[in-house]
Every structure is written in structure tokens, then in C-alpha cells.
Design a protein. Structure first.
Length: 246
């Protein structure tokens, strides 16, 4: 007889009533523990499920492959980004909108800085994971480009503009994100990404029209009537006199 009981939410409780981690999180934790101890290539799915105390079917219920356990939240984030862009309307400035969409990716990383840094360090060491990560990045870029292509339909070079801007947004976001990860998740990640995306917005977006300063007064218009043929110094003198200058 099993010594644990399943709760309605999918968690399990021991006889003492202590809640175990949800199965998905338990698999992720077991995987990274083994990756750090043995190395990614030396760890198998069987090793992961043995440490997590579940079967292989449970693993593949959550993750299609071993690579997916390293990047567990990208599918959710891609879905959120697609929904965010689909909810746009004509009032949203397109470049600002895709910059805001990129911030959803940052939010995902910032939810768990320690895990994100750990994953970044692991990915640097494993070429297969770097290739997998690049494929995920391309999917984000494609989502941004498809939205921009629709917004720029009918423009001259609209497709070209869409693809260039989408690539620029991803490059700017990733530059700031990786700097934050290299610092072990220290510092203000939002400020770093905002600074990077500001370059894209200034290069491709619509800059806001500055309003007049609070204490700014309209310029005076001065009309000076001078005799035809008067020397230039006389005209300048008359202007200075009109303006009240000595």
C-alpha cells in the first residue's frame, strides 16, 4: 500500500501531512540537481525520474524531451506573448507594442532569478542546449515579426521593416537580459531592458510630441519698418531699439 495520498490539486501528502512539491516542479528540481552533479550529457531521463520518485510516463506528460525540462516555461511565455499581441488594436503604436511584448520574456526570467542564472550557466556549457535556446529565440522573433507584418501591410517595404524591427527588439532584449544573468541576477533587470529597448523605440518608433514647458511663453513677433536702401547696420540698430536692447 502506498504511503502517500494525492490531493485534488495534484500534489501529494505524506502520512505526516507535509505537502510534496508538485510533480512538474519536482522533476525540474531533480533534473537540475543531477545536471550540476553529473553533467547534462551524463544525465538520462531515467535518472531524473528515479530521483524525483515518479515514472517515465509522468516525465513525458510534462516535458517532450530532456531539453524541455531546462526551458520549462517558454511555451507558456510564447502563448502569453501571442495573446498579448493578438489583443492589440490600431491605437497601439506597433514598435512600442512589440517592445512591451518582449518584456513578458523578461518577467518570466525574473520570476526565479536563481533558476534563470543556473540555467544560463548550464546552457553556456552544453552546445545542444545553446542550439535549443536559439530555436526558442527564433520563435519569439517570428511572433513579433508576424504581428508587425500585419500592422505594416500595405507599406512600402513593410515586410522588411517588420523583420528588421523584430530582430532588433530580440537583440536589444537579449543583450540586457544576458548582462543581468552574467551578474548572477543582481541589479535592476527591468531598468536594463527598458534602456536597451529605448534604442529600438527611438530608431523605429514614433517619438512622442513634446509639449511646451510649463513656464514657456510664446515668442514675441517683432515687425520693423525700414527705409528701402538703408544700410544693414541701421536696420540692426532699429531692431535692437525695438527690442529694448542697449
Amino acid at each position: 500500500m502506498s504511503s502517500s495520498n494525492a490531493t485534488p490539486g495534484g500534489d501529494e501528502k505524506t502520512e505526516a501531512g507535509t505537502a510534496k512539491p508538485p510533480m512538474r516542479e519536482a522533476l525540474i528540481a531533480a533534473a537540475f540537481q543531477l545536471f550540476l552533479e553529473r553533467g547534462y550529457e551524463q544525465t538520462t531521463v531515467d535518472d531524473i525520474v528515479a530521483l524525483a520518485g515518479v515514472g517515465r510516463r509522468s516525465f513525458f506528460r510534462y516535458f517532450p524531451s530532456k531539453e524541455d525540462v531546462v526551458f520549462p516555461d517558454h511555451e507558456r511565455c510564447l502563448t502569453d506573448m501571442t495573446a498579448f499581441l493578438a489583443a492589440s488594436d490600431d491605437e497601439h503604436e506597433p514598435v512600442r507594442r512589440v517592445c512591451d511584448a518582449a518584456r513578458l520574456v523578461l518577467r518570466m526570467y525574473a520570476e526565479n532569478p536563481a533558476f534563470s542564472v543556473q540555467r544560463y550557466q548550464l546552457t553556456k556549457k552544453v552546445p545542444g542546449l545553446r542550439a535549443y535556446e536559439l530555436s526558442v529565440v527564433w520563435r519569439y522573433e517570428r511572433a513579433l515579426a508576424e504581428y508587425l507584418r500585419e500592422r505594416f501591410a500595405g507599406r512600402r517595404d513593410g515586410t522588411l521593416q517588420a523583420d528588421v524591427i523584430a530582430a532588433a527588439v530580440v537583440a536589444a532584449h537579449n543583450n540586457a537580459l544576458r548582462s543581468w544573468l552574467r551578474s548572477d541576477g543582481q541589479g535592476d533587470s527591468d531598468a536594463a531592458v527598458d534602456h536597451a529597448l529605448a534604442y529600438v523605440q527611438s530608431a523605429f518608433g514614433v517619438a512622442p510630441t513634446p509639449g511646451p514647458a510649463v513656464d514657456e511663453q510664446p515668442d514675441d513677433v517683432v515687425v520693423v519698418v525700414s527705409r528701402r536702401g538703408a544700410p544693414l547696420w541701421r536696420v540692426v540698430q532699429e531692431i535692437e531699439t525695438t527690442l529694448g536692447r542697449d
